[in-house]
Each structure stands twice: as structure tokens, then as C-alpha cells.
Design a protein around this ligand. Structure first.
Ligand code: ADE
Length: 224
């Protein structure tokens, strides 16, 4: 999979995408991510990428021309399956969408700043708008990093244990059951005996029960 990201603050994306699982995905050639700085496409001697909004009001809006120039350039090199705009008024990002996006070949993500991008860019280019939650970030970069991470770890071969992405919380609309590692007793707290029993059938059943119990307690909305 290849992902292009348009940003006015590309530095914000460097660190989250260059560690751990993301780095492994890149090293294995399963995922390439290119962050493109919008600034050189800005207008005038200050490379301006934003302007006051028509109709008045506080907050700047990202202009059409610089975004269109960079998007057109990228589109001339690749065919994108989705052009995604990260925005608090987009579809609430969830596991189902991550699963679907992980099956695509080429994605383009646009990170907005200030009040966001001119509506006409959304109309002209954007095929999917995603929000990572009901709060406002100062820009789309951290949201893009969240989306890229959640997709990247689903690519076959990225996570060592192929099954572990599939047993995640939310993968089957249930929260994950509790997990334990050594030591078997810590500060008087014992690991549930069943997990030490070696009885894989009973362990599987226990996990399903705990997952259901936890979901009923914490996120009954997931059970529909
Ligand atoms: N940009 C600003 N806030 C955002 C959010 N909550 N989700 C996605 N993009 C955003």
C-alpha cells in the first residue's frame, strides 16, 4: 500500500510514522508513506496557503490553488482509491472503515489547519471525510497518523502473529478480554487459573465470556 499525505506541518507526522509497527511495515516494503509539504505550493513571496474567510469571522481558511496544484501533481503520478480529508465533521473513524481501507492500494490524505480547507476542494477532490472523534484538533496531522497506524497494522505480514490483529478489541465489535503475562503471581494478585491450565478450549470460552462481560459493562452500545 502507498499513502501520500498533504500537510503544512510535515514534521508532525515524522515521529509517529517512523517507529515500531509502522517502521516494520515500511522496512518490509508493505507500506510506503510520503508526506508532502504544502508550503512550496503557496502563493506570493510568503508562500501563503491560507486567507480570511468570506463573510467574516475568526479563523483562516486554506486556499484552493496551492492544494489543487499539489493534488493534481500527485494525481498525475497515481490513481487513488480514496482521497481522504481529515475533519471533525467527517464520518466517525472506526475499525470497520480501517479494515476496508487496509484493502486499498493508494490513498491520499489531506490535513487541514485553521478553520479547514475551502469547501470547493472538498467538492472537487475529496471522496471520503474522516473524523477520529468528537473533539477539535489543531490540525489533521495527528488524525492522519491515527488512521495510517490503524490501517498499517492490518496489512498482512506487518504484525508478526497474523492472528493478533484479528483478535483485537473492536475487530468483532467486542472489547478485548483481560490479558496477563509472567509472573503468575504479582503483589498477591494471581493470574486466573484457567489461563495456566493448558486447556485451550476452556481458555477460549473464558476469553469470550470475559469479552462479553466487559463489553456489557463498559460499552453496551457496541452490542446493539
Ligand atoms: N482535524 C481537526 N480535528 C479533527 C478530528 N477530530 N478528526 C479528524 N481531523 C481533525
Amino acid at each position: 500500500m502507498h499513502i501520500d499525505i498533504i500537510s503544512t506541518v510535515p514534521e508532525l507526522l515524522e515521529s509517529p510514522l517512523s517507529h515500531s509497527i509502522m517502521q516494520r511495515a515500511k522496512d518490509k516494503g508493505l507500506l510506503t508513506v510520503n508526506v508532502h509539504d504544502l508550503r512550496p505550493y503557496g502563493l506570493g513571496k510568503h508562500n501563503s496557503v491560507d486567507d480570511y474567510q468570506f463573510g467574516g469571522g475568526a479563523g483562516m481558511v486554506m486556499r484552493c490553488e496551492p492544494l489543487a496544484a499539489l493534488i493534481d501533481e500527485l494525481k498525475s503520478r497515481r490513481t487513488y482509491d480514496e482521497i481522504i480529508y481529515l475533519t471533525p465533521d467527517g464520518e466517525r473513524f472506526a475499525q470497520r472503515r480501517a479494515n476496508r481501507l487496509s484493502l486499498q492500494n493508494n490513498l491520499l490524505m489531506i490535513c487541514g489547519h485553521y478553520k479547514g480547507i475551502d469547501e470547493r476542494i472538498r467538492e472537487e477532490y475529496v471522496t471520503l471525510e474522516l473524523s477520529i472523534g468528537d473533539y477539535v484538533l489543531s490540525g489533521g496531522e495527528l488524525a492522519a497518523a491515527v488512521v495510517v497506524d490503524s490501517i498499517g497494522r492490518l496489512l498482512p505480514g506487518v504484525i508478526g502473529d497474523e492472528t493478533s490483529a484479528l483478535t483485537d478489541t473492536f475487530q468483532d465489535d467486542l472489547l478485548a478480554p483481560p490479558v496477563y503475562t509472567r509472573p503468575a503471581e504479582w503483589r498477591g494478585r494471581e493470574v486466573p487459573a484457567i489461563l495456566l491450565s493448558g486447556n485451550t478450549g476452556a481458555i477460549e470460552e473464558w476469553r469470550e465470556e470475559r469479552a462479553l462481560e466487559r463489553t456489557e459493562e463498559r460499552r453496551p452500545d457496541l452490542l446493539g
